[in-house]
Ligand binder design. Structure first.
Ligand SMILES: N[C@@H](CCC(=O)N[C@@H](CS)C(=O)NCC(=O)O)C(=O)O
Length: 226
């Protein structure tokens, strides 16, 4: 009989920071049906990761997983790692196929491109009237990125092909975050896509296991409207 500590050493541990992108990884593990452990961490001042999280990985940003002696950070890298090492070819198109090229682009598009204007929009809002000189530029970039995703997802249920892939797990978080800020009114395809993702049993199980997904702080006014 293997003791608990040993069992955990042999399986992936998802280091889950409350209300964060680490929901992506819980969702991934649930979709793949893998055995995993969860270590939970509370945010410091509702915003930052706690010092124990920084001790896991120098950047201290969620998500982080440990897999035996390996520590993997950065959500896109974790999703690719888990799919390649433990996924047995599931949740990604065959390597080298056209769908795989699209999968790779979306896997990197979200954190590499879309998150930047999204976060800049939050900071702009914090600046209040002082942000006026860069308002048009930032909102132009937000519209450009979200408009691109809207056109790409029109008439589709998934980012790639006709089944869920890791790229959907990467994409849904930013669409959900935008939805909470009331940004999706002009984007019916993104609203439909998000509803499809949120209805998946594995998405919901990840929420149950990870605890409340309270992204309420994101709800604060958008473009100063509310
Ligand atoms: N590009 C990174 C972003 C990581 C990130 O910003 N994580 C946030 C949670 S959603 C975080 O750890 N915030 C806590 C902090 O900044 O201390 C990824 O996708 O993993």
């Amino acid at each position: 009989m293997i003791g608990l500590a040993w069992r955990e050493a042999l399986m992936i541990t998802v280091h889950h920071l409350e209300n964060s992108r680490s929901h992506r990884i819980l969702w991934l593990m649930e979709e793949l049906g893998l055995d995993y452990a969860i270590e939970r961490y509370k945010r410091r001042d509702r915003l930052f990761s706690p010092p124990e999280y920084e001790r896991l990985h120098g950047l201290g940003k969620a998500p982080v997983i440990t897999d035996g002696g390996r520590v993997v950070a950065e959500s896109g890298a974790i999703i690719e790692y888990v799919i390649e090492v433990h996924g047995g070819g599931r949740l990604r198109p065959p390597v080298g196929s056209d769908d795989w090229v699209r999968y790779l682009q979306w896997m990197h598009l979200i954190e590499g491109s879309v998150m930047l204007p999204y976060i800049m929009g939050i900071y702009l809002e914090m600046l209040g009237p002082a942000g006026a000189p860069i308002h048009e530029r930032i909102h132009g970039e937000i519209d450009r990125h979200f408009g691109f995703m809207e056109r790409e997802l029109s008439g589709r249920d998934h980012v790639v092909g006709d089944a869920l892939t890791g790229a959907d797990i990467q994409a849904a978080f930013v669409v959900e975050a935008a939805s909470l800020r009331g940004m999706l009114d002009p984007y019916p395809a993104l609203r439909r896509y998000l509803a499809l993702m949120q209805a998946r049993p594995a998405y919901r199980r990840a929420l149950e296991k990870g605890g409340a997904h309270d992204l309420d702080d994101l709800r604060k006014g958008w473009r100063g409207r509310d």
